[in-house]
Design a protein around this ligand. Structure first.
Ligand code: COA
Length: 153
């Protein structure tokens, strides 16, 4: 598997990006201000993430997704570790990610990759998404914000 940034003339894997974020409009907005990375198996895109700067010091993983038939094989973890490495190389001091209160698997994955819960944006998904979202039998209402600050070498 190869993970690399997509160039502007390559098409976006929108089916994958929409797995992580149901709003195409929001996806197109943050992809434009960030970089989209794809994981390839031969010619196929099997994973994706988007890295967007929030400030001079901090970058956010705005989207991460793995093709359904490839999930559970460690690719999500590799994508997160790749994003952390890219953020460090680019000179950022911290990386952030946000997920829903109902996203149990994602909360586990990000903490296994070293992120710690930093804050809760109460009611984020109620305010910003038209349709109610349910996962694991839980309504997705609040955004859990996690961050990882890099140690100075
Ligand atoms: N409890 C504890 N750990 C769990 C878990 C659970 N319920 N579900 C998964 N995990 C762990 C796995 O065990 C694994 O850890 P390990 O390597 O220590 O065993 C870790 O999460 C990552 O698993 P991995 O196989 O790398 O994940 P993946 O390739 O399936 O990708 C997602 C994870 C979230 C990217 C993928 O499921 C996906 O694309 N989901 C849909 C889109 C999405 O929700 N994106 C995130 C938006 S915030």
């Amino acid at each position: 598997m190869q993970i690399r940034p997509l160039s502007h003339d390559e098409s976006l894997p929108m089916d994958l990006l929409l797995l992580a974020d149901p709003s195409k409009e929001k996806v197109l907005t943050y992809v434009q201000s960030g970089s989209c990375y794809a994981a390839f198996h031969e010619e196929d895109v099997i994973g994706v993430y988007v890295l967007t700067p929030l400030s001079q010091h901090t970058v956010e993983i705005m989207n991460v997704a793995v093709k359904e038939s490839w999930q559970g094989k460690g690719i999500g973890k590799q994508l997160i570790h790749h994003a952390i490495a890219e953020a460090k190389v680019a000179g950022f001091q911290a990386i952030e990610i946000g997920t829903g209160n109902s996203s149990i698997q994602q909360l586990a994955l990000y903490q296994k990759c070293g992120f710690r819960i930093a804050s809760i944006d109460h009611g984020f998904f109620l305010k910003h998404y038209d349709e109610p979202i349910y996962e694991n039998g839980i309504q997705c209402m609040d955004m859990v914000r996690l961050s990882l600050t890099f140690q100075a070498d």
